[in-house]
Design a protein around this ligand. Structure first.
Ligand code: PRT
Ligand code: MG
Length: 209
């Protein structure tokens, strides 16, 4: 049995076509079902539905053999504990700094609100900027509006969320996409099955390119 960990939001939407090309259709509709373990049309594959940020944890501990997670989430988790064999090129966006529109110069000692603490720390350190990082779990855009921070680090897709809050994107930290991750022990123990799945995903991705 192969267990694949996926999250319910935008990654699920984007990864379904990939899974379907590999013959993996969930039997219950994840949109309406409350089940957290979904059987699929392949009797040797099940899906578990978890929070996006929990995917690397389940895969690291072997509770799932494989997972699909955003590079943003993987960077924060620390990648050493997982194999990352494939960039699935789905759920793409950019990790960026953003500030209020009328802020012309970022202060020498900048306060940054973000849920990406590690990545932000590394980014500002690499640029020699002294940053005080304030960890938030959501609604980062609010922080500069109420004086909690000068700047945020967040994901940007269309830019509409920033715009609606009087912010603008400044520097690109990294292009983000979702990756296939694999538990290290499973990669050895279930090598043939996992490799076959990776090859199938590669084929689908090649057809798209
Ligand atoms: O379940 P939970 O809410 O805890 O997890 P989650 O919010 O991380 O899940 P989800 O489904 O929202 O995001 C999962 C993954 O999708 C992320 O880890 C990213 O890798 C990827 N992704 C791609 C995005 C976006 N695009 C994106 N635009 N994740 C979030 N956003 C948010 C962004 O944080 C901001 O609030 O959308 C807003 C900006 O969008 P625009 O279009 O207004 O710029
Ligand atoms: Mg979300």
């Amino acid at each position: 049995m192969l267990t694949i960990a996926v999250s319910k939001g935008r990654i699920f939407e984007d990864c379904m076509p990939l899974l379907e090309e590999a013959g993996i259709f969930p039997i219950d509709d994840p949109k309406t079902s409350r089940k957290l373990i979904l059987d699929t049309t392949r009797s040797d594959v099940q899906l578990i539905i978890i929070r996006a940020t929990d995917v690397p944890t389940f895969v690291e501990y072997g509770a799932a053999d494989l997972g699909i997670a955003g590079k943003d989430v993987l960077l924060e988790h620390g990648a050493e504990s997982l194999y990352e064999p494939l960039d699935l090129k789905i759920a793409c966006c950019r990790l960026m700094t953003a500030t209020p529109k009328d802020l012309f110069e970022i202060p020498k000692r900048v306060r940054v609100a973000t849920k990406y603490v590690k990545t932000a720390q590394q980014y500002f350190a690499s640029r020699g900027i002294q940053a005080e990082i304030i960890k938030l779990y959501g609604s980062m855009e609010l922080a500069p509006l109420v004086g909690l921070a000068d700047c945020i680090v967040d994901l940007v897709d269309t830019g509409n969320t920033l715009k609606a809050n009087g912010l603008e994107p400044r520097d690109l930290i990294m292009n983000i996409s979702s990756r296939l991750v694999v538990n290290k022990a499973a990669m050895k123990m279930k090598h043939a099955e996992i490799q076959a799945l990776i090859e199938q995903f590669k084929l689908t991705l090649a057809k798209r390119a």
